[in-house]
Design a protein. Structure first.
Length: 557
């Protein structure tokens, strides 16, 4: 592979960039508890892949503090190189990255030896707050959107001593007349930066636009693509339209394998292919990587030289309406003529589902009671509390929902909803109580379990919420539309809440609260364990068996 000119923008470095061959990679968020664990997978199947591409905050210090796999990644750098793929980097939107953020990005990439950094062209965060689920807002595929993205990309590249690879965004709604590949080609032509093609994101555009899989490919500068991404996803139908939902935990679709095979022959400057297998069990990830390995052998290839070119960073434009797209995406603004109402509705559905999933981690009862339907969720995402979440640092989605719920309850008091909200606000303080681990022959509470007492009896509400979720999920398989009138039963049980001391057990699993009602005898046993480990022989065998079976207790030793 020789030298390619015009494939970079002149930043702080005057020298050409030399990009090594990275080969086949696996993505990771550097959390040891999230499958697949890249280094265990390599230990079990040496040579299965060549590098790790990871997502993390721009700040290296923040990454070190929260990424549990970071020390292991450092230990393996000599044998398993990495690429840094930040997901906190705005390449569209109303605000540019600060000089401090970009300095942290360069320092982070330099510390781990990332030959380049790649990022989706989208608006990822506002006011320091990422959009729920890191669902960025893609730019409109218009000349105005292109101008905005050009300014963002050159602003970022000017702070880097390595190339910024621009990744095509995932899309639902058709906003603008440009094909996404024409948009990315224009972005390359205006910035000189290399390209990263995400195969699933490309499929998302083709489906939304109603195009054959390879339509619009002619004339695209495939020779400027240095990396390809492959991930799982789901294709959904709405009327005569089909939409691709980018969900890395899903299996890779046949269409994506076929598109990848075609792209491999066209991308002559390719340096890396990354399987974004987040959430896949190791045995499933291994199978996908084995299939990809046949197309991307481990043989080394000569490095690729990219020559930066001098490009002036333009002033930020202000014509692509990012906040209007935010309101469209979260259902706060109805689609106007020409806004692709069907695509906008599909996008809003996906964003609302992600908001609901995130709220259910902290407010599983209150969310169902106060934002259980699509319209009620939209009332939250259209609220000033949700908008203010993105207007300054120090806020969180949970705090925004808490403020929203309290305002609604002040306007329309409801004792049952108020009790549920107070209970869920109380739970984090309960979870701050540590327990001593049991020793040999002893039994104690499980490490993620607590026992508490609350002044309102919510046992029936907890039971109803669990039963209702199971019922609605089961019916969804056989219904054309999700029918939510069953939520009325939850509202009825909330109205029956009585003020009396209520004892309960709660577990914190995968970031979610699992509140458990229990017979008085089991709660008495758990209260005993809450005071500290006790000899196993002192406990009722039946009660101990139930506590262990529910995962509320653990044996020592």
């Amino acid at each position: 592979m020789g030298e390619t000119t015009g494939s970079g923008v002149k930043g702080r470095s005057q020298e050409a960039w030399t990009l090594p061959w990275r080969g086949l990679g696996l993505s990771s968020n550097l959390n040891a508890s999230d499958p697949p664990h890249p280094y265990r997978l390599l230990a079990d199947a040496p040579g299965l892949f060549d590098f790790v591409e990871y997502s993390a905050p721009l700040s290296l210090e923040e990454t070190k503090a929260h990424a549990t796999l970071y020390p292991e990644m450092l230990r393996n750098l000599g044998q398993v190189p990495v690429l840094f793929h930040p997901v906190h980097l705005n390449l569209y939107g109303p605000e540019r990255e600060t000089p401090q953020a970009l300095a942290e990005l360069e320092a982070h990439a330099r510390a781990v030896g990332s030959a380049w950094v790649g990022n989706d062209v989208g608006w990822w965060h506002a006011g320091g707050q990422p959009f729920p689920g890191y669902l960025y807002i893609p730019p409109p595929l218009t000349p105005e959107g292109l101008e905005d993205c050009v300014a963002h990309a050159l602003h970022v590249q000017a702070a880097l001593n390595r190339p910024l690879a621009l990744e095509n965004p995932a899309v639902f709604a058709r906003r603008g007349d440009m094909h996404v590949l024409d948009f990315m080609a224009g972005l390359h032509a205006r910035t000189g930066l290399p390209l990263l093609v995400d195969v699933g994101h490309l499929l998302s555009y083709q489906l939304s636009a109603g195009l054959p899989l390879e339509a619009g490919w002619d004339g695209f500068p495939f020779e400027q693509v240095i990396e390809l991404h492959l991930a799982g996803g789901v294709v959904t139908r709405r009327g005569n339209r089909r939409f691709y939902v980018d969900d890395h935990t899903q299996p890779v679709r046949d269409e994506l394998f076929a598109m990848l095979e075609t792209l491999l022959s066209r991308c002559t400057s390719l340096r890396a292919v990354t399987f974004e297998g987040d959430g896949h069990p190791p045995e499933v990830a291994e199978r996908t990587l084995q299939r990809l390995r046949k197309w991307i052998p481990a043989d080394p290839r000569p490095p690729l030289r990219l020559t930066p070119r001098e490009v002036q960073v333009p002033p930020p434009p202000n014509g692509s309406r990012p906040w209007e797209l935010f309101e469209l995406g979260y259902g706060a603004r109805p689609p106007e003529p020409g806004d692709d109402p069907e695509g906008s509705r599909a996008e809003t559905d996906f964003r609302l589902a992600v908001v609901a999933e995130q709220l259910d981690r902290a407010f599983p009862l209150t969310r169902l009671l106060m934002a259980g339907t699509r319209d009620e969720l939209r009332a939250f995402t259209a609220s000033p509390e949700f908008r203010e979440l993105f207007l300054g640092e120090g806020r969180s989605l949970d705090r925004a929902f808490l403020a929203f719920a309290r305002r609604r309850l002040r306007a329309q008091p409801d004792e049952g909803c108020s009790a549920a909200l107070s209970f869920e606000v109380f739970l984090p303080s309960l979870a701050q109580r540590p327990h001593a681990p049991p020793g040999p022959g002893e039994v104690g509470l499980a490490a993620d379990t607590w026992v508490g007492v609350f002044p309102a009896d919510l046992s029936e509400v907890v039971y109803t919420a669990r039963a209702l979720r199971r019922h609605l999920t089961g019916r969804a398989w056989a219904c054309e539309l999700l029918e939510l009138s069953g939520l009325e039963s939850l509202a009825q049980t909330a109205r029956r809440v009585t003020l009396r001391p209520w004892r309960f057990a709660v577990r914190r699993r995968a970031g979610r609260w699992d509140v458990q009602t229990a017979p008085a005898s089991l709660l008495a046993l758990l209260r005993t364990l809450a005071s500290g480990p006790v000899p196993e022989a002192s406990l009722s065998p039946e009660g101990l068996a139930e506590a262990l079976g529910r995962g509320l207790a653990r044996r020592g030793g």
